[in-house]
Design a protein around this ligand. Structure first.
Ligand code: KG4
Ligand code: ZN
Length: 390
């Protein structure tokens, strides 16, 4: 059922879109009906390919997309009894993202649309993240009266590995950028801090897990950038780095003394002589404890969440938003969700975790409203790695 039909709606309610998403390290295809019913949502993650490098390697990403695209599209279409005959239009992410990665999906989508004689539209990845909130399962994750149909204006907080922005959504496809990050994206900060703390990749879920149940952690600075809806996270990342270095220096000084005291208390047996210390033991002595890692993860997460929530709630009040939409990979963060829901004065909506991280269902949702407004892309549409919102 479509609840947010505009008067200008021109397409049928069962309009079925096949969408592709290849902007970064996820090869995704989805079939969505009526802009909100997800019939299939297939995501082939490349996480294992990139994990060993601690981040996404563009060349590796493009190659993996080439390998995964056809099987992923086949799987997504398998849900339709009539196969291609049940598809009314095709969409693909055209930017922002990695140019080689974007090219694989956009060109595949154009080729399929051309061959099948179907309408085609290119979609902004940031817009797609916001539109994940129009998919049926997102309404079920709403807080307050967020299950109600969305009415404009809305305030959207997009937080992902590559982007951090706050936008006023005045109508379908009508955005005003209120603020964005001046340095690192939030997800990037999570990933970098996780690396500093020796936690896994991707860093967001690892930090969230390490911070769970932590008590007695100190407070890290917050970059408020007063009178602005912009964000900054690189100073916070540096603050964590300095704290870890200080702690390591302290541990390095204390550990040999502690070991000497231990030896005095318990003199070693006369024979056999103690084996020489392997280098690994020295590295161990200078590393920080899991308790310290947990406290840093907690303090970092609290600092990030406080700034994001404060600015979002403020923007919603100032611009008279009817609801707040949370979007992007970092929207999976449970602490961010809970704190936003607690402090917001209007309903908050966020997608289920599977629709927060990169997927093609959100691309189809955004495409639906573009087709509905009579928008289509020409075959000349190229990727735009630096595409902006609005
Ligand atoms: O939207 P996304 O899948 O890809 C981009 O478009 O960037 O976002 C990925 C980012 C990664 O930086 C990852 O660490 C972060 O989302 N992320 C999280 C959580 N789950 C994923 N950050 C914080 N808490 C989480 N639970
Ligand atoms: Zn994304």
């Amino acid at each position: 059922m479509i609840q947010e039909r505009s008067d200008s709606q021109t397409i049928p309610a069962d309009f079925t879109i096949l969408a592709l998403e290849t902007s970064c390290d996820e090869t995704a295809a989805a079939v969505v009906r009526g802009g909100r019913t997800v019939l299939s949502n297939i995501v082939a993650s490349q996480l294992d390919e990139h994990r060993r490098y601690g981040g996404v390697v563009p060349e590796v990403a493009s190659r993996q997309h080439m390998l995964s695209l056809v099987p992923v599209v086949r799987e997504a279409l398998a849900v339709l009894p009539g196969g291609w005959n049940d598809v009314h239009a095709i969409a693909a992410t055209s930017g922002p993202g990695l140019s080689g990665a974007l090219l694989t999906g956009l060109n595949a989508a154009k080729a399929m649309a051309f061959q099948r004689g179907l309408p085609f539209v290119g979609v902004n990845h940031l817009e797609a993240h916001i539109y994940a909130n129009w998919l049926d399962s997102s309404a079920q994750h709403a807080v307050g009266s967020g299950q109600a149909p969305l009415t404009f204006p809305l305030v959207a907080l997009v937080v992902s590995g590559g982007h951090t922005l706050l936008a006023l959504v005045r109508n379908h496809g009508d955005y005003q950028l209120l603020g964005q990050t001046r340095d690192d994206a939030v997800g990037e900060a999570f990933d970098k801090v996780a690396r500093i703390l020796g936690l896994g990749y991707p860093g967001g879920p690892a930090i969230q897990q390490a911070a769970e149940g932590v008590q007695g952690a100190g407070v890290l600075p917050r970059a408020w950038l007063r009178d602005s809806y912009d964000f900054s996270f690189s100073g916070l990342k540096t603050a964590v780095l300095h704290k870890v270095q200080e702690r390591q220096e302290l541990e390095a000084k204390v550990a040999p003394k502690r070991a000497a005291n231990e030896r005095e208390r318990r003199p070693p047996p006369a024979a056999p002589p103690a084996a020489p210390q392997p280098p690994a033991a020295k590295a161990q002595a200078s590393s920080v404890t899991p308790q310290f890692v947990g406290q840093m993860a907690y303090a970092f997460q609290e600092s990030v969440v406080d700034v994001l929530v404060t600015k979002t709630v403020d923007a919603a009040q100032k611009f008279g938003a009817n609801a707040i939409l949370l979007a992007g990979g970092v929207a999976a963060n449970t602490r961010l969700r809970a704190e936003l829901a607690r402090r917001a004065t209007v309903p908050v909506r966020f997608p289920p975790i599977s629709l927060c991280t990169d997927n093609a269902a959100m691309v189809a949702a955004a495409a639906f409203y573009r087709f509905d407004a009579g928008v289509q892309s020409g075959w000349e549409l190229d990727v735009n790695p630096a595409l902006k919102l609005g």
